[in-house]
Ligand binder design. Structure first.
Ligand code: NAP
Length: 264
């Protein structure tokens, strides 16, 4: 997304309120939209949501929306100053560690309050068969065996780690078409969640899936694949989250709103 596009979206949606405290939501997790909906309905704050611009047709949250990277920590600092932001809410996805680090550094530099949301990870129960791995590369090295029919459900960005897996067969699901090279034996389906248990069961059965690779994203929107794996006794290679926060986090949108109320 280029800078012109960012300016264009801002100018269309810039509101007339000028004195309300300005809150920047760094979006990416579904909770970000929920928080934006609450705040956009209020007259005592102005809410701006920032999206990275990775998805071609994002679901736009309520309130002002800007799209595209800031240009690292320095760019984010400039943006926060120029836009007179009073509070930053980090509601990015649990695997988006760079933007969270940048937000911490920028807020620290400007002495701005930062509220960081991190939804709890999924936990296995006694009926689950999980192998937890630290990253996509490790997952790729584990699953590349001839008899494996793998449901690869990790989004687009780390698919490249599987590009040299020539033995296993992969069912790859993503929202938009990936730019990374897919494994030689693979089938791509483009779909956006939330996904429902019956559909997941049907898909896993019809594709004879024997193994699932997932990120431990947490949250309900994509949990049905984990429930389906439990029902069908399919093992899951679960990619663990990166450590992305050095500040205390809260787990739910309501906690974010409470913290914000204390600040305003
Ligand atoms: P990342 O590695 O943490 O960030 C890479 C760069 O993307 C950042 O340095 C920043 O660019 C830009 N960026 C990220 N989030 C942004 C936001 N909300 N607003 C403006 N710029 C943003 O993140 P990622 O893993 O590439 O993910 C990109 C976006 O997709 C994130 O917003 C994330 O919440 C969402 N997402 C990620 C995953 C995942 O598995 N990684 C899954 C679902 C959704 P500059 O340095 O130029 O500012």
């Amino acid at each position: 997304m280029n800078a012109d596009k960012v300016i264009e979206m801002q100018s269309i949606t810039t509101p007339t309120r000028t004195h309300a405290p300005r809150v920047l939501i760094l979006g990416g997790a579904s909770e970000a939209s929920e928080i934006a909906t609450h705040l956009a309905a209020r007259s005592d704050v102005t809410v701006i949501s920032s999206l990275a611009g990775r998805v071609s047709q994002p679901r736009l949250p309520a309130g002002i929306v800007r799209v595209g990277g800031f240009g690292g920590v320095a760019g984010l600092i400039s943006y926060l100053v120029d836009e007179k932001i009073g509070v930053v809410i980090d509601a990015t996805h649990p695997f988006a560690s760079k933007i969270s680090g940048n937000a911490e550094l920028a807020c620290n530099a400007l002495c701005l309050p930062l509220i960081a949301l991190e939804r709890p990870p999924w936990e296995p129960n006694e009926h689950d068969s999980w192998c937890t791995v630290p990253d996509a590369q490790t997952a790729a090295s584990m699953v590349n065996q001839q008899r494996n029919r793998v449901f690869l459900s990790i989004g687009r960005q780390e698919l490249g780690a599987f590009s040299n897996c020539e033995d296993a067969w992969f069912l790859v699901r993503a929202i938009d078409a990936p730019s990374e090279t897919l494994p030689a034996k693979s089938k791509l389906i483009l779909k956006r969640g939330p996904f429902h248990l019956n559909d997941e069961l049907q898909m896993l059965r019809s594709e004879s899936i024997s193994l699932i690779v997932s990120k431990n994203s947490g949250g309900p929107a994509t949990y049905s694949k984990i429930e389906a794996a439990r029902t069908l006794r399919i093992p899951v290679v679960m990619i663990d989250r990166p450590r992305k926060h050095n500040v205390p986090t809260v787990p739910q949108p309501d906690d974010v709103l409470q913290k914000l109320a204390q600040l305003l």
